[in-house]
Every structure is written in structure tokens, then in C-alpha cells.
Write a protein that binds this ligand. Structure first.
Ligand SMILES: O=C(O)CCC(=O)C(=O)O
Length: 339
């Protein structure tokens, strides 16, 4: 059979009947070095998130050989760290003034301003289900304009410090140097939903990589070339996985043709995360200091909450049928202060 192009692959992996053959989907857990080249993250300095991230020298990092610049890190998060980002994504990031997909024609202001609270307090089961299924994205920092695809200074809110600092840490560990997370889309995918093929080209700095953090249920991620006529590579993304689109991959077509139930639930085993807490006596770095000052209270408090199963239970239940993806971009060029 002739090789499928991006459009055909999207259709193939999206199909319900018959269900697609997934044997060609790249699974880094079983991939050979011919497909994925392993490499080590740079480990100088301390891990500013010891309870959230495994130590960088333990990360499993790969470059996908037929997709130069496509980096994959297999779940560098602790179980507690996964819980932390799920709570931030579900409870906090969709709150006003951040922008969400829910529209005033369909929902009351209280729902749009604080979706998780409205969802949790909804009494009518049908309305609750509707609220659950309706949340599809929240935008942070420079808000993505889905129609014009142009960022503007007038559509911008403060970017969360914890997310900015963690992304900066990943950028440093992968050798990208300076990185400033300035826009994010938090995508919510109920099982069975998809994201169609697109490129991300609205940013002033198209050389700065795009970081993508996945939590919850499993997905097939498709990445092709600069047009939809070229062939695509399909990869499994599981909870905790990080994808970085850099260099030649930065402007390539990508999509999520399938979100499916995973039997792994790496956010469950908190015992594991406590064993990955790393060195206490490492030297503090200046960029971590600011993060710690600004977020340490929130971080410590939320991490404590996340250890509590009764606090975690509603998030666990939401995650059983949902995939979350936090997709991060640097918008401005190095040295630029506004658009
Ligand atoms: O969900 C994903 O893995 C990809 C999301 C994405 O491509 C985007 O937000 O632009």
C-alpha cells in the first residue's frame, strides 16, 4: 500500500468502525534506537521542583529519528507532580480572567468565570454532564485568537509563574537556553474527541520551541511535514509525557486523531513520587529563587492537598474520561518586550 499522507493518516486513526490497526503507532517504551535516539538531559544546577519532577538525570529523553527536532520525554513527572498540574489545569487555569471556550449564549457568567466550581456544584446530572463535555480549552498569557490567529497586547493576562518557571527549567535541561513561556492553550479532550491538523505559526519567535505536557488518558499524536500532503508519524502520548517541537518540527502539521482509555494511571501511586525527591543540598539557581518566592506557598499548599485522597477524588474521576494537554509557546523574540 502507498504511504498515507497526513490527511489520510488523520482519517485512518480517527475511524471508529472498523477500529484502526495501531501496530504502526510509535510507542517509545518499545522503540528501537533506529526509530528514536535516546539522549541525556543537562543536569547542572538543582531541580527547582523536586516533588513535581523526577531528577533530570533520570528522564528518558528521545529525538524521533525521522522527525528532526521532535523531542519526547517519557513521563518525567512524579505522581504528585501529575496531580499538581491536573488540579492547576482543571480548577485554576479555566478561571477568569483567563479565556475559555464556553460562550455567554450557552452559559451563565458564573459558569464561564469558574467552570470547575460550577461543574462541582451542579445538581442536575444532565447539566453536569453537559458542563463536563463542554469545557474544551482555556488560554493563558497572550490569548490565542482562534479566528484571526493573531496575538495582541489587548488580549493578554498574567502568565502563571509556576508554569512559566517549569517550562524554563525544561528548556534549560534540553539545552535551548533562554525561554519565556508567554502563551498557553490548555486543551481538554473527553474520550473520543479529536484535534484536527494545524500548524502553530502565530508567534513572533518561530524558532523558540513549543512545549506540550499531557496528563490523563492516552492519545495518538500525529506529526507530519510543512503541508498535509506529506506523510505523518503517529506516536502514543500518555499521562506525564512531554513533547517538544523544535527546529524543523516547529512548524510542522500536527493533530490528535484519537483519545482513548489508558490502563496506566501514573497519578495514583504517590509512594513512588516520594522516592524521587532529590538532593536537598544542591546549589540554588537565581531563576528558581523567584519562582520559589512567588509560588512556594501555593505550591506547598497544593501539593499537601494533592496528597489527600478526598481532595484528589473529583479530579481523579474527571481524569478517568479526559485527556489534558498544556501547550506552551514563547510569543516574543528575545529582547522584545511587547507586540
Ligand atoms: O493535545 C495535543 O497533544 C496537541 C495540542 C495542540 O496541538 C495545540 O494546542 O496546538
Amino acid at each position: 500500500m502507498a504511504e498515507r499522507n497526513f490527511k489520510e493518516s488523520f482519517k485512518f486513526y480517527k475511524a471508529r468502525f472498523p477500529a484502526p490497526d495501531l501496530s504502526e503507532v510509535l510507542d517509545v517504551d518499545n522503540a528501537s534506537e533506529e526509530t528514536c535516539s535516546p539522549f541525556k538531559a543537562q543536569t547542572s544546577g538543582s531541580n527547582p521542583f523536586p516533588l513535581i519532577l523526577k531528577p533530570p538525570d533520570k528522564w528518558l529523553c528521545y529525538e524521533v529519528n525521522n522527525r528532526p527536532g521532535l523531542i519526547f520525554i517519557r513521563n518525567p513527572f512524579t505522581a504528585l507532580g501529575q496531580r499538581y498540574w491536573v488540579v492547576r489545569s482543571v480548577r485554576d487555569y479555566p478561571q477568569a480572567p483567563n479565556v475559555v471556550n464556553l460562550i455567554p449564549k450557552k452559559f451563565e457568567k458564573e459558569v464561564i468565570d469558574d467552570w470547575w466550581r460550577a461543574f462541582r456544584s451542579a445538581k442536575d446530572p444532565k447539566f453536569r454532564e453537559n458542563l463536563k463535555a463542554s469545557m474544551r480549552w482555556a488560554t493563558l498569557g497572550y490569548h490565542h485568537d482562534w479566528d484571526t490567529k493573531v496575538y495582541s497586547e489587548s488580549m493578554k493576562n498574567v502568565f502563571p509563574t509556576d508554569l512559566r518557571e517549569m517550562t524554563k527549567f525544561f528548556a534549560k535541561a534540553l539545552g535551548y537556553g533562554k525561554y519565556s513561556a508567554e502563551a498557553a492553550i490548555v486543551n481538554f479532550y473527553p474520550l473520543g474527541t479529536t484535534l484536527s491538523g494545524h500548524t502553530d505559526h502565530s508567534e513572533a519567535d518561530l524558532d523558540a520551541p513549543l512545549f506540550s505536557f499531557s496528563f490523563g488518558q492516552k492519545a495518538i499524536f500525529l506529526i507530519g511535514g510543512p503541508t498535509k500532503e506529506e506523510p505523518a508519524t503517529a506516536l502514543f502520548l500518555r499521562s506525564g509525557d512531554v513533547v517538544v517541537m523544535s527546529k524543523q518540527s516547529r512548524l510542522c502539521y500536527h493533530a490528535v486523531p484519537r483519545v482513548m482509555k489508558d490502563c496506566l494511571e501514573p497519578w495514583k501511586n504517590l509512594g513512588e513520587s516520594s522516592t524521587t525527591v532529590c538532593e536537598k543540598d544542591e546549589v540554588e539557581q537565581p531563576n528558581c529563587k523567584k519562582m520559589k518566592e512567588e509560588t512556594s506557598d501555593l505550591l506547598a499548599e497544593l501539593l499537601d492537598d494533592c496528597r489527600d485522597d478526598s481532595f484528589w477524588k473529583p479530579f481523579q474521576s474527571y481524569l478517568e474520561t479526559t485527556r489534558i494537554n498544556i501547550n506552551i509557546r514563547q510569543v516574543l523574540k528575545d529582547g522584545q518586550t511587547s507586540l
